[in-house]
Design a protein around this ligand. Structure first.
Ligand SMILES: Nc1nc2c(c(=O)[nH]1)N[C@H]1C(S)=C(S)[C@@H](COP(=O)(O)O)O[C@H]1N2
Ligand SMILES: [Mo]
Length: 412
Protein backbone atom coordinates (compact mmCIF):
# COMPACT_ATOMS: atom_id res chain seq x y z
CA UNK A 1 0.00 0.00 0.00
CA UNK A 2 2.68 2.48 -0.95
CA UNK A 3 1.42 3.93 -4.14
CA UNK A 4 -1.41 6.12 -2.98
CA UNK A 5 -0.95 9.28 -4.88
CA UNK A 6 -1.16 12.27 -2.64
CA UNK A 7 -3.85 13.93 -4.69
CA UNK A 8 -6.10 11.80 -2.61
CA UNK A 9 -4.58 13.29 0.47
CA UNK A 10 -5.08 16.83 -0.73
CA UNK A 11 -8.69 16.11 -1.63
CA UNK A 12 -9.25 14.35 1.63
CA UNK A 13 -7.86 17.21 3.65
CA UNK A 14 -10.32 19.67 2.25
CA UNK A 15 -13.10 17.19 2.66
CA UNK A 16 -12.29 16.60 6.27
CA UNK A 17 -12.78 20.29 6.85
CA UNK A 18 -16.05 20.40 4.94
CA UNK A 19 -19.40 19.14 6.12
CA UNK A 20 -20.63 16.82 3.40
CA UNK A 21 -17.50 15.52 1.73
CA UNK A 22 -17.04 12.22 -0.01
CA UNK A 23 -14.43 11.21 2.55
CA UNK A 24 -17.23 10.91 5.04
CA UNK A 25 -18.72 8.30 2.71
CA UNK A 26 -15.40 6.59 2.26
CA UNK A 27 -15.32 7.67 -1.37
CA UNK A 28 -12.11 9.22 -2.58
CA UNK A 29 -11.00 9.86 -6.12
CA UNK A 30 -8.28 7.45 -7.11
CA UNK A 31 -5.57 9.07 -9.17
CA UNK A 32 -4.37 5.92 -10.89
CA UNK A 33 -6.39 3.28 -12.66
CA UNK A 34 -7.12 0.31 -10.47
CA UNK A 35 -6.40 2.00 -7.17
CA UNK A 36 -9.83 1.95 -5.61
CA UNK A 37 -8.52 1.76 -2.10
CA UNK A 38 -10.64 1.51 1.01
CA UNK A 39 -10.85 4.75 2.93
CA UNK A 40 -9.23 3.07 5.90
CA UNK A 41 -6.09 2.53 3.89
CA UNK A 42 -5.80 6.18 2.89
CA UNK A 43 -2.96 8.26 4.24
CA UNK A 44 -3.66 10.26 7.36
CA UNK A 45 -4.51 13.90 6.97
CA UNK A 46 -1.48 15.75 5.62
CA UNK A 47 0.53 17.75 8.13
CA UNK A 48 -0.54 21.35 8.35
CA UNK A 49 1.70 24.00 6.84
CA UNK A 50 2.01 26.95 9.19
CA UNK A 51 3.99 29.81 7.77
CA UNK A 52 3.20 33.53 7.88
CA UNK A 53 1.91 34.68 4.52
CA UNK A 54 1.15 31.17 3.26
CA UNK A 55 -2.27 29.56 2.93
CA UNK A 56 -3.06 27.06 5.67
CA UNK A 57 -4.37 24.50 3.17
CA UNK A 58 -1.09 24.07 1.33
CA UNK A 59 -0.08 20.44 1.82
CA UNK A 60 3.19 20.02 3.65
CA UNK A 61 5.27 17.37 1.87
CA UNK A 62 8.40 17.88 3.95
CA UNK A 63 9.63 19.86 6.89
CA UNK A 64 13.42 19.74 6.50
CA UNK A 65 13.79 20.97 3.88
CA UNK A 66 10.49 22.81 3.72
CA UNK A 67 8.31 21.61 0.84
CA UNK A 68 4.61 22.35 0.41
CA UNK A 69 2.32 21.86 -2.56
CA UNK A 70 -0.88 23.55 -3.65
CA UNK A 71 -4.02 21.42 -3.80
CA UNK A 72 -5.62 21.78 -7.24
CA UNK A 73 -8.64 23.70 -5.96
CA UNK A 74 -6.30 26.41 -4.65
CA UNK A 75 -4.98 26.88 -8.19
CA UNK A 76 -8.37 28.23 -9.31
CA UNK A 77 -7.23 31.87 -9.59
CA UNK A 78 -6.18 33.13 -13.02
CA UNK A 79 -2.96 34.31 -11.38
CA UNK A 80 -1.78 32.25 -8.42
CA UNK A 81 -1.74 34.46 -5.31
CA UNK A 82 1.55 34.36 -3.44
CA UNK A 83 -0.01 32.81 -0.33
CA UNK A 84 -1.15 29.82 -2.42
CA UNK A 85 2.10 29.37 -4.35
CA UNK A 86 3.99 26.12 -3.66
CA UNK A 87 7.29 26.14 -1.76
CA UNK A 88 10.29 23.99 -2.51
CA UNK A 89 13.52 24.33 -0.55
CA UNK A 90 16.44 21.92 -0.85
CA UNK A 91 18.35 23.30 2.11
CA UNK A 92 17.72 25.77 4.87
CA UNK A 93 16.79 29.38 4.34
CA UNK A 94 19.38 32.18 4.57
CA UNK A 95 18.80 35.04 6.99
CA UNK A 96 16.29 37.51 5.66
CA UNK A 97 17.95 40.51 3.99
CA UNK A 98 17.67 43.67 6.09
CA UNK A 99 18.63 45.91 3.15
CA UNK A 100 17.18 44.26 0.02
CA UNK A 101 18.54 46.84 -2.44
CA UNK A 102 22.03 46.24 -1.07
CA UNK A 103 21.88 42.51 -1.96
CA UNK A 104 24.82 41.62 -4.24
CA UNK A 105 24.88 39.50 -7.37
CA UNK A 106 28.07 38.67 -9.25
CA UNK A 107 28.36 37.55 -12.86
CA UNK A 108 31.65 35.97 -13.90
CA UNK A 109 33.26 33.22 -15.95
CA UNK A 110 33.31 33.39 -19.74
CA UNK A 111 32.62 37.14 -19.77
CA UNK A 112 34.73 40.13 -20.76
CA UNK A 113 34.38 41.85 -17.38
CA UNK A 114 33.20 40.42 -14.08
CA UNK A 115 30.10 42.26 -12.91
CA UNK A 116 29.10 42.93 -9.35
CA UNK A 117 25.70 44.52 -9.01
CA UNK A 118 23.52 45.36 -6.06
CA UNK A 119 19.81 44.79 -6.46
CA UNK A 120 19.41 48.57 -6.37
CA UNK A 121 21.83 48.94 -9.31
CA UNK A 122 20.11 46.12 -11.18
CA UNK A 123 16.79 47.97 -10.90
CA UNK A 124 18.35 51.23 -12.13
CA UNK A 125 20.53 49.94 -14.89
CA UNK A 126 18.24 47.58 -16.83
CA UNK A 127 14.69 47.93 -18.12
CA UNK A 128 12.15 46.09 -15.98
CA UNK A 129 9.44 43.82 -17.31
CA UNK A 130 6.54 41.86 -15.81
CA UNK A 131 5.27 38.54 -17.14
CA UNK A 132 2.73 36.06 -15.84
CA UNK A 133 4.48 32.69 -16.10
CA UNK A 134 4.30 29.20 -14.65
CA UNK A 135 7.03 27.92 -12.42
CA UNK A 136 6.88 24.19 -11.90
CA UNK A 137 9.02 21.77 -9.93
CA UNK A 138 10.75 19.14 -12.09
CA UNK A 139 9.30 16.50 -9.77
CA UNK A 140 5.72 17.68 -10.10
CA UNK A 141 3.47 14.63 -10.58
CA UNK A 142 6.06 12.32 -9.01
CA UNK A 143 3.48 10.48 -6.88
CA UNK A 144 1.85 9.10 -10.03
CA UNK A 145 4.84 6.90 -10.84
CA UNK A 146 4.57 3.19 -10.10
CA UNK A 147 6.78 2.28 -8.32
CA UNK A 148 7.23 5.69 -6.69
CA UNK A 149 10.16 7.88 -7.68
CA UNK A 150 12.55 9.03 -4.97
CA UNK A 151 11.72 12.37 -3.35
CA UNK A 152 8.77 14.51 -2.35
CA UNK A 153 5.55 12.89 -3.48
CA UNK A 154 4.08 15.79 -5.47
CA UNK A 155 0.63 15.37 -6.97
CA UNK A 156 -0.03 18.23 -9.40
CA UNK A 157 0.55 21.10 -7.00
CA UNK A 158 4.25 21.75 -7.48
CA UNK A 159 3.34 24.49 -9.90
CA UNK A 160 1.84 27.95 -9.91
CA UNK A 161 1.45 30.87 -12.29
CA UNK A 162 2.44 34.26 -10.87
CA UNK A 163 3.35 37.68 -12.23
CA UNK A 164 7.09 38.11 -12.03
CA UNK A 165 8.84 41.48 -12.22
CA UNK A 166 12.50 41.89 -12.94
CA UNK A 167 15.02 42.25 -15.75
CA UNK A 168 16.05 39.99 -18.60
CA UNK A 169 18.97 37.78 -17.62
CA UNK A 170 20.15 38.33 -21.22
CA UNK A 171 20.57 42.08 -20.59
CA UNK A 172 22.74 41.43 -17.55
CA UNK A 173 24.85 38.83 -19.37
CA UNK A 174 25.29 41.24 -22.28
CA UNK A 175 26.45 43.94 -19.86
CA UNK A 176 29.18 41.58 -18.65
CA UNK A 177 30.06 40.82 -22.28
CA UNK A 178 29.82 37.22 -23.43
CA UNK A 179 32.94 35.59 -24.83
CA UNK A 180 32.69 33.21 -27.79
CA UNK A 181 33.36 30.38 -25.35
CA UNK A 182 30.14 31.16 -23.40
CA UNK A 183 27.82 28.18 -23.85
CA UNK A 184 26.19 27.49 -20.46
CA UNK A 185 25.29 29.28 -17.25
CA UNK A 186 25.18 28.14 -13.64
CA UNK A 187 23.93 29.86 -10.51
CA UNK A 188 24.04 29.78 -6.72
CA UNK A 189 21.93 31.10 -3.94
CA UNK A 190 22.92 31.77 -0.35
CA UNK A 191 20.80 29.10 1.34
CA UNK A 192 22.77 26.85 3.68
CA UNK A 193 23.07 23.09 3.22
CA UNK A 194 20.92 21.18 5.70
CA UNK A 195 24.02 19.62 7.27
CA UNK A 196 25.19 23.10 8.26
CA UNK A 197 28.49 22.40 6.44
CA UNK A 198 29.42 25.74 4.79
CA UNK A 199 31.43 23.88 2.11
CA UNK A 200 28.30 22.15 0.86
CA UNK A 201 25.60 23.73 -1.30
CA UNK A 202 21.93 22.88 -1.04
CA UNK A 203 21.54 23.07 -4.81
CA UNK A 204 23.22 24.81 -7.73
CA UNK A 205 21.81 24.36 -11.19
CA UNK A 206 22.51 25.54 -14.69
CA UNK A 207 21.31 25.40 -18.28
CA UNK A 208 22.45 26.04 -21.85
CA UNK A 209 23.13 29.71 -22.63
CA UNK A 210 20.31 29.76 -25.19
CA UNK A 211 17.75 29.35 -22.39
CA UNK A 212 19.44 32.07 -20.33
CA UNK A 213 19.19 34.39 -23.35
CA UNK A 214 15.44 33.80 -23.75
CA UNK A 215 13.79 37.18 -23.09
CA UNK A 216 11.43 35.47 -20.61
CA UNK A 217 14.31 34.21 -18.46
CA UNK A 218 14.62 36.82 -15.77
CA UNK A 219 16.27 37.97 -12.59
CA UNK A 220 13.19 38.87 -10.54
CA UNK A 221 12.56 40.88 -7.39
CA UNK A 222 8.78 41.18 -7.67
CA UNK A 223 6.01 38.58 -7.40
CA UNK A 224 2.38 39.54 -7.96
CA UNK A 225 3.20 43.23 -7.60
CA UNK A 226 4.93 42.86 -4.23
CA UNK A 227 8.60 42.57 -3.31
CA UNK A 228 9.64 38.92 -3.69
CA UNK A 229 9.10 37.31 -0.29
CA UNK A 230 11.86 35.59 1.62
CA UNK A 231 10.36 32.11 1.30
CA UNK A 232 10.23 32.49 -2.50
CA UNK A 233 13.88 33.51 -2.72
CA UNK A 234 13.67 37.24 -2.00
CA UNK A 235 15.04 39.71 -2.35
CA UNK A 236 16.06 38.36 -5.76
CA UNK A 237 15.96 35.10 -7.69
CA UNK A 238 16.22 33.67 -11.17
CA UNK A 239 13.04 32.75 -13.01
CA UNK A 240 13.66 30.25 -15.81
CA UNK A 241 10.12 29.59 -16.98
CA UNK A 242 8.90 26.36 -18.56
CA UNK A 243 11.93 24.33 -17.46
CA UNK A 244 12.34 22.57 -14.08
CA UNK A 245 11.78 25.01 -11.20
CA UNK A 246 15.14 24.03 -9.75
CA UNK A 247 16.79 26.28 -12.35
CA UNK A 248 15.05 29.30 -10.82
CA UNK A 249 17.69 29.92 -8.16
CA UNK A 250 16.32 31.60 -5.05
CA UNK A 251 18.37 34.05 -2.94
CA UNK A 252 20.49 34.53 -6.09
CA UNK A 253 24.09 35.54 -5.37
CA UNK A 254 26.30 34.19 -8.17
CA UNK A 255 25.95 33.57 -11.86
CA UNK A 256 28.76 31.92 -13.74
CA UNK A 257 29.04 31.75 -17.52
CA UNK A 258 30.72 28.56 -18.66
CA UNK A 259 32.07 26.78 -21.73
CA UNK A 260 30.90 23.42 -20.36
CA UNK A 261 27.68 22.34 -18.61
CA UNK A 262 27.43 23.45 -14.98
CA UNK A 263 28.56 20.89 -12.38
CA UNK A 264 26.80 22.11 -9.23
CA UNK A 265 24.78 20.05 -6.76
CA UNK A 266 21.75 18.86 -8.67
CA UNK A 267 23.54 18.41 -12.01
CA UNK A 268 24.48 15.07 -13.57
CA UNK A 269 23.62 11.48 -12.66
CA UNK A 270 19.89 11.05 -12.16
CA UNK A 271 19.30 14.63 -10.92
CA UNK A 272 16.79 16.46 -13.08
CA UNK A 273 17.62 13.96 -15.80
CA UNK A 274 15.42 11.53 -17.68
CA UNK A 275 16.08 8.41 -19.76
CA UNK A 276 16.61 8.80 -23.48
CA UNK A 277 15.72 5.15 -24.02
CA UNK A 278 13.05 3.88 -21.61
CA UNK A 279 14.24 1.85 -18.62
CA UNK A 280 12.45 -0.81 -16.57
CA UNK A 281 10.31 0.85 -13.88
CA UNK A 282 11.98 0.34 -10.51
CA UNK A 283 15.38 -0.55 -11.94
CA UNK A 284 18.52 1.18 -10.77
CA UNK A 285 20.52 3.33 -13.13
CA UNK A 286 23.38 5.78 -12.74
CA UNK A 287 21.75 8.17 -15.22
CA UNK A 288 24.93 8.62 -17.29
CA UNK A 289 23.00 8.04 -20.50
CA UNK A 290 20.09 10.24 -19.41
CA UNK A 291 19.50 13.76 -20.71
CA UNK A 292 18.91 16.92 -18.69
CA UNK A 293 15.23 17.77 -18.39
CA UNK A 294 14.40 20.86 -20.38
CA UNK A 295 10.80 21.88 -21.16
CA UNK A 296 8.33 20.49 -18.62
CA UNK A 297 5.75 18.16 -20.16
CA UNK A 298 2.19 19.20 -20.89
CA UNK A 299 -0.21 19.02 -17.93
CA UNK A 300 -3.81 19.90 -17.11
CA UNK A 301 -5.67 20.14 -13.84
CA UNK A 302 -9.26 20.66 -12.75
CA UNK A 303 -9.40 23.55 -10.27
CA UNK A 304 -13.17 23.72 -9.73
CA UNK A 305 -15.14 22.07 -8.39
CA UNK A 306 -12.70 20.81 -5.76
CA UNK A 307 -11.87 17.11 -5.78
CA UNK A 308 -14.46 15.39 -3.60
CA UNK A 309 -17.17 18.05 -3.86
CA UNK A 310 -20.71 16.89 -3.17
CA UNK A 311 -23.31 18.54 -5.40
CA UNK A 312 -27.05 18.73 -4.76
CA UNK A 313 -29.17 15.81 -5.95
CA UNK A 314 -30.63 16.58 -9.35
CA UNK A 315 -27.63 18.63 -10.51
CA UNK A 316 -27.47 18.01 -14.26
CA UNK A 317 -24.59 20.24 -15.27
CA UNK A 318 -21.05 20.53 -14.01
CA UNK A 319 -19.33 23.90 -14.32
CA UNK A 320 -15.70 22.85 -14.71
CA UNK A 321 -12.68 25.10 -14.55
CA UNK A 322 -9.02 24.32 -14.81
CA UNK A 323 -5.60 25.15 -16.10
CA UNK A 324 -3.14 23.63 -18.56
CA UNK A 325 0.52 24.38 -19.24
CA UNK A 326 3.86 22.90 -20.21
CA UNK A 327 5.29 21.60 -23.51
CA UNK A 328 7.77 23.64 -25.50
CA UNK A 329 5.19 24.36 -28.21
CA UNK A 330 2.15 25.39 -26.19
CA UNK A 331 -1.25 23.97 -25.31
CA UNK A 332 -3.50 23.40 -28.31
CA UNK A 333 -6.52 21.80 -26.62
CA UNK A 334 -7.95 20.55 -23.33
CA UNK A 335 -10.45 17.68 -23.37
CA UNK A 336 -12.56 16.47 -20.48
CA UNK A 337 -14.31 13.16 -19.89
CA UNK A 338 -16.98 12.09 -17.39
CA UNK A 339 -16.98 8.44 -18.46
CA UNK A 340 -13.44 7.26 -17.77
CA UNK A 341 -12.13 8.36 -21.13
CA UNK A 342 -14.73 6.68 -23.32
CA UNK A 343 -15.86 10.01 -24.72
CA UNK A 344 -14.22 13.41 -24.51
CA UNK A 345 -15.46 16.96 -24.90
CA UNK A 346 -13.25 19.92 -25.76
CA UNK A 347 -13.08 22.76 -23.25
CA UNK A 348 -12.89 26.49 -24.02
CA UNK A 349 -9.53 28.08 -23.42
CA UNK A 350 -8.48 31.63 -22.67
CA UNK A 351 -5.49 32.82 -24.68
CA UNK A 352 -2.22 32.72 -22.74
CA UNK A 353 -0.40 36.04 -22.39
CA UNK A 354 2.98 34.65 -23.40
CA UNK A 355 4.53 31.24 -24.19
CA UNK A 356 5.10 30.51 -20.49
CA UNK A 357 1.72 31.59 -19.16
CA UNK A 358 -0.78 28.88 -18.38
CA UNK A 359 -4.06 28.43 -20.21
CA UNK A 360 -7.23 28.74 -18.16
CA UNK A 361 -10.02 26.51 -19.42
CA UNK A 362 -13.73 26.13 -18.69
CA UNK A 363 -16.35 23.61 -19.70
CA UNK A 364 -19.99 23.07 -18.88
CA UNK A 365 -20.62 19.34 -18.87
CA UNK A 366 -24.01 17.59 -18.77
CA UNK A 367 -24.49 14.94 -16.06
CA UNK A 368 -27.08 12.27 -16.84
CA UNK A 369 -27.98 11.17 -13.31
CA UNK A 370 -27.10 11.43 -9.67
CA UNK A 371 -24.11 9.39 -8.56
CA UNK A 372 -20.35 9.24 -8.43
CA UNK A 373 -18.42 10.80 -11.28
CA UNK A 374 -14.80 11.14 -12.13
CA UNK A 375 -13.71 14.13 -14.11
CA UNK A 376 -10.71 13.45 -16.28
CA UNK A 377 -8.82 16.18 -18.08
CA UNK A 378 -6.23 15.81 -20.80
CA UNK A 379 -4.26 18.55 -22.54
CA UNK A 380 -2.74 18.23 -26.01
CA UNK A 381 0.06 20.40 -27.33
CA UNK A 382 0.50 21.95 -30.78
CA UNK A 383 2.48 18.92 -31.93
CA UNK A 384 -0.45 16.65 -31.07
CA UNK A 385 1.25 15.26 -27.97
CA UNK A 386 -1.23 14.55 -25.14
CA UNK A 387 -0.89 13.65 -21.51
CA UNK A 388 -0.48 9.88 -21.20
CA UNK A 389 -3.03 7.75 -19.31
CA UNK A 390 -0.41 6.81 -16.71
CA UNK A 391 2.95 8.33 -15.76
CA UNK A 392 5.42 7.56 -18.54
CA UNK A 393 9.19 7.24 -18.90
CA UNK A 394 9.85 6.07 -15.34
CA UNK A 395 13.11 7.32 -13.87
CA UNK A 396 14.73 6.86 -10.43
CA UNK A 397 14.06 10.37 -9.16
CA UNK A 398 10.60 10.60 -10.64
CA UNK A 399 10.68 13.51 -13.07
CA UNK A 400 8.17 14.43 -15.71
CA UNK A 401 5.09 12.45 -14.63
CA UNK A 402 2.14 14.09 -16.36
CA UNK A 403 -0.71 11.57 -16.59
CA UNK A 404 -4.24 12.78 -17.30
CA UNK A 405 -5.80 14.46 -14.30
CA UNK A 406 -8.46 12.58 -12.33
CA UNK A 407 -10.78 13.96 -9.69
CA UNK A 408 -14.19 12.93 -8.35
CA UNK A 409 -17.50 14.55 -7.53
CA UNK A 410 -20.66 13.13 -6.01
CA UNK A 411 -24.02 14.26 -7.29
CA UNK A 412 -26.66 13.73 -4.60
N1 LIG B 1 18.76 28.69 -3.73
C1 LIG B 1 17.78 27.82 -4.01
N2 LIG B 1 17.05 27.99 -5.12
C2 LIG B 1 16.04 27.13 -5.41
C3 LIG B 1 15.78 26.02 -4.59
C4 LIG B 1 16.57 25.85 -3.43
O1 LIG B 1 16.40 24.92 -2.65
N3 LIG B 1 17.56 26.76 -3.17
N4 LIG B 1 14.79 25.12 -4.97
C5 LIG B 1 14.49 25.07 -6.39
C6 LIG B 1 13.37 24.23 -6.72
S1 LIG B 1 13.67 22.56 -6.77
C7 LIG B 1 12.17 24.76 -7.09
S2 LIG B 1 10.92 23.79 -7.67
C8 LIG B 1 11.90 26.21 -6.95
C9 LIG B 1 10.76 26.46 -5.98
O2 LIG B 1 10.53 27.83 -5.82
P1 LIG B 1 9.47 28.33 -4.75
O3 LIG B 1 9.83 27.75 -3.41
O4 LIG B 1 9.52 29.81 -4.78
O5 LIG B 1 8.11 27.84 -5.18
O6 LIG B 1 13.03 26.94 -6.49
C10 LIG B 1 14.28 26.47 -6.95
N5 LIG B 1 15.31 27.36 -6.53
MO1 LIG C 1 11.89 21.59 -7.78
Amino acid sequence: MTTYPNGIKAGRRSLLRGTAGLAALGIIAPQLPGLFAAASAQPKEAAVFNHPGKHKDLALLGDKPLVAETPEHLLDDDTTPTDKFFVRNNGGMPDEATNPDGWKITVEGEVNAKLELSLGQLKQRFPAQTHRMVMECGGNGRSFFVPPGRGNQWTNGGAGCAEWTGVKLADVLAAAGLKDSAKFTGSWGTDPHLSGDPEKRAISRGNPLSKSMDPHTMIVWGMNGQPLSHIHGGPVRLLVPGWPGSLSTKWLSNIVVRSTPHDGAGMGGTSYRVPVTPIVPGSSNDGKSFRDMEAMPIRSIVTAPANGTRLAAGTRRLALRGAAWGSSVGVARVDVSLDYGQTWQTASMAAPRNPFDWVRWTHSMPVSSDGYYEVWSRATDRNGVSQPIVAANWNPQGYGANPINRMAVMVG
